[in-house]
Design a protein around this ligand. Structure first.
Ligand code: KET
Length: 465
């Protein structure tokens, strides 16, 4: 029989060196240790003889996880979970921001297939670990893509870029770095924003506050509110911006408004952190969509940028992205990089090789790069065409309301203005899946499905308050 050990004996066995009990305790302890050692020997003979009904053993009826409560599904990715369970043949997933073709199928870009083929054919390629900061070539090319090929910051070696796990991982690594090494731990995020932002930054150790961004009345930018909120933020606070194609609202500042924001940011020593998840998806041009970031880098000041290749190269599941930190000097950038390595190493050690190799292959080859821009523009154009088709269909149907925001908003999403009851109604009655804030992914729509969505919206706004 195995002794039932209770504290302090159990504690002494677990940690004999820190045990400070009397001589008789120590004797008892030695006896207990002897018995435990004996039971270890017996365990190896026939484990079933000796494993007592401890909570982690199979003999104990209770689970040590019995208290764990079921968590709700993710507000965005959970939409796909619900969609997958729906047997209806007319079901439509407009939840997650992932591109679909006119046939409603996921798209692997031709240029990505070509790059992959090239990689597979290269027998010299191996599967060694990448360095902690990822593929050097990928990092260099990513910085050039977002900051511009002629960026003085790159030429002066003032930028450190590390390959991360897509946009999310880049934001998280940037957040962790700031939580450890930046003097102001408050980050302002737009209201509303991508639902993962507050969670990422809170877990990174930052304190999350919001600034006014969207005005539901005008369905446009609340520019005055934005300026007021950033104007009253504490000096040095971090401010998160969507570089372009703001998610979920589809509302971006104009170049003139960005310039005013930049001046305010710099005058108050606020630190910009750009989330660039849709470069190329807003205007169809990679350079135009990077303009906001480049304005802040051109003034010589510091900033962070998280890039994702999920959408613009369709590499969603490859999890490929980059974090760049633009610093004042090359020496600072190199010290910052040394600390980023300390963030990354215990988190996931080093990033995956395949996706970054695809991106590097495309970005470094002029023909492939050009081919990419053409395919990217085609995706952006199809989304814009969907905006027009949906807008025209609602107008033709006489659906009450001004739907011009559908054609004015930018990027992958339309922030429809439908409320959560209307969304629930559309899901229940029409099998149309979208996030409860009324965001629809235009990339999930096609000419064939526009009539069904139009019917659903029409019914929702006329029948559900
Ligand atoms: N930033 C923004 C603004 C964003 O919309 C996403 C993804 C990401 C970063 C991260 O993407 P990643 O795959 O880590 O590179 N948004 C879509 C998918 C998701 O929620 O994960 C979405 O909003 O549907």
């Amino acid at each position: 029989m195995r002794p039932q050990l209770t504290s302090p004996d159990a504690h002494c066995i677990a940690s004999p060196s820190s045990c400070a009990f009397s001589a008789s305790d120590r004797r008892l302890n030695a006896l207990a240790r002897h018995l435990v050692d004996a039971s270890v020997v017996m365990d190896t003979q026939n484990p079933n003889d000796t494993v007592s009904a401890s909570p982690t053993s199979g003999f104990h009826v209770d689970s040590v996880f019995a208290h764990v409560v079921r968590a709700p599904e993710d507000p965005i990715l959970g939409v796909t979970v619900a969609y997958n369970k729906d047997p209806s043949p007319v079901k439509l997933n407009l939840g997650v921001g992932a591109y679909r073709t006119e046939e409603g199928k996921p798209l692997v870009l031709k240029v990505v297939r070509q790059a992959e083929q090239q990689l597979v054919n290269d027998r010299a390629r191996v599967k060694e670990y990448l360095p902690i900061v990822g593929l050097a070539e990928f990092n260099k090319l990513s910085a050039k893509l977002i900051l511009g090929a002629d960026s003085p910051a790159i030429q002066e070696n003032r930028v450190t870029t590390v390959q991360c796990l897509s946009g999310t991982g880049s934001l998280r690594v940037g957040g962790e770095f700031l939580g450890r090494h930046y003097h102001q731990r408050t980050i302002y995020i737009p209201q509303p924003t991508w639902g993962n932002h507050p969670k990422i930054f809170t877990l990174a150790g930052l304190s999350v506050k919001t600034y006014r961004y969207y005005d539901p009345a005008t369905r446009g930018l609340n520019f005055q509110g934005l300026l007021e909120d950033l104007g009253s933020a504490p000096s040095g606070a971090i401010v998160l911006f969507h570089a372009c194609a703001h998610n979920p609202t589809g509302v971006d500042p104009t170049v003139q408004q960005w310039e005013q924001i930049r001046q305010l940011m710099r005058s108050k020593a606020l630190l910009p952190f750009f989330d660039s998840a849709y470069q190329g998806f807003a205007s169809g041009s990679l350079d135009v969509d990077a303009q906001s970031v480049r304005m802040f880098v051109a003034d010589g000041g510091e900033c962070l940028v998280a890039q994702s290749y999920a959408k613009n190269m369709g590499l969603y599941g490859e999890r490929v992205g980059a974090l760049s930190i633009v610093c004042k000097t090359a020496d600072i950038a190199s010290r910052v990089e040394s600390q980023l390595k300390l963030v990354i190493r215990p988190m996931y050690s080093n990033p995956p090789i395949h996706g970054a190799s695809i991106v590097a292959t495309i970005l470094k080859d002029r023909d492939m790069y050009n081919e990419w821009t053409i395919e990217l523009k085609a995706m952006a154009d199809r989304i814009i065409s969907m905006r027009h088709q949906l807008f025209d269909a609602l107008r033709a149907r006489g659906t009450p309301g001004d739907w011009s925001h559908i054609i004015k908003q930018i990027g992958m999403f339309t922030f429809t203005g439908l409320n959560s009851e209307q969304v629930a109604f559309m899901t229940k009655e029409y099998h149309i899946y979208m996030t409860s804030d009324g965001r629809i992914s235009m990339a999930g729509l096609s000419s064939k499905t526009v009539p069904h969505l139009t019917d659903a919206i029409h019914a929702a706004v006329t029948r559900v308050a």
